[in-house]
Ligand binder design. Structure first.
Ligand code: NAD
Length: 293
């Protein structure tokens, strides 16, 4: 079986490496980034998204947002132009659920199966192969993809029909953004009140306020390290998809709207490409204090 892997950025590159390590035959392609490192590890270099599809039984895409996925799969020289009968396309990007449904329908019209399978866990878990993977699609396609997804993640869950993977991911992204904002607000207050933030972290991480988000982000913040990781501009993209999806369903999401404005400020303040832990910078600027070791 040959796996096509399209989109070799922060997440896609280590994921592709894990599949090579698991002895899968890979054909890889990225429209903008080089991929000589993957070729030297044994992958075949593709020449276009169409070329990758023509050589693969399962095609995985890991791209920024809905327009990139639509272009790579449905556009000129895209997957749909080259895809073989019986192939399965698995989009692991975080995109709007409606876009997943649109891509799935276009592939289905050609008899091609599709799963949306976005991930949570960021670059470290992409490297370790311990991502949380939330999948939308039919059971037969899920069963076909599962052994491959098991090499990329430690939890792989079928959540419902096509689009439900990305609905689940939107829920995930709301919780992560609000959690970083809550941690930031609390640590700015306790630091300004004169308590060592390292001690606050040690004291509360095992209690009810503890979270995976706090464990991952507070050490970075205390070091003043806002290198991505997960870029502010990608979180803006996810929250925009969350707001659009919620408003289509007449669901108000006021806390998400609030943190979205924080992210807009940070983008203007030169942090579009910083890690989303830079949400702390907004609270620090308001309180005129830095939360550092
Ligand atoms: P990235 O920008 O680093 O990588 C995306 C890659 O896609 C780039 O190398 C780009 O050149 C390529 N690309 C764009 N359009 C293309 C096209 N039409 N054809 C072929 N290649 C194309 O982004 P990333 O951080 O790897 O994130 C990818 C997806 O995973 C996003 O949807 C993101 O929200 C999601 N995600 C990221 C993280 C994280 O921590 N970085 C965590 C969970 C989920």
């Amino acid at each position: 079986m040959t796996i096509g892997f399209i989109g070799l950025g922060i997440m896609g590159r280590p994921m592709a490496k894990n599949l090579i390590k698991a002895n899968y035959k890979l054909v890889v392609f990225d429209k903008f980034a080089k991929f000589d490192d993957l070729v030297s590890l044994g992958a075949e270099g593709g020449t276009s998204n169409k070329d990758v599809a023509a050589k693969s039984d399962i095609i995985i895409t890991m791209l920024p947002n809905s327009p990139n996925v639509k272009e790579a799969i449905l556009g000129k020289d895209g997957v749909l132009e080259g895809v073989k009968n019986g192939a399965l396309v698995v989009d692991m990007s975080s995109i709007a659920p409606a876009a997943s449904q649109e891509v799935g329908a276009a592939l289905k019209a050609k008899g091609i199966a599709f799963l949306d399978a976005p991930v949570s866990g960021g670059e470290p878990k992409a490297i370790d192969g311990t991502l949380a993977i939330m999948v939308g699609g039919d059971q037969a396609s899920f069963d076909k993809a599962k052994p491959i997804l098991d090499k990329l993640g430690s939890s792989v869950t079928l959540t419902g029909d096509i689009g439900s993977g990305n609905v689940t991911k939107l829920a995930n992204q709301i919780i992560v953004a609000l959690n970083i904002a809550a941690v930031s607000e609390a640590f700015v207050l306790s630091t300004k009140a004169g308590v060592d933030p390292q001690k606050v972290f040690e004291a509360i991480k095992g209690g009810l306020a503890g979270s995976t988000v706090m464990n991952a982000k507070i050490p970075m913040i205390l070091d003043g390290n806002f290198k991505p990781g997960f870029r502010i501009e990608l979180h803006i993209k996810d929250l925009q998809n969350a707001l659009d999806t919620a408003h289509d369903l007449n669901v108000p999401i006021p806390l998400t709207a609030g943190v979205m404005e924080t992210l807009q400020f940070l983008k203007n303040d030169g942090h579009a490409a910083s890690d989303h832990s830079a949400i702390m910078r907004y609270y620090e600027q308001m309180a005129k204090i830095e939360v550092r070791k």
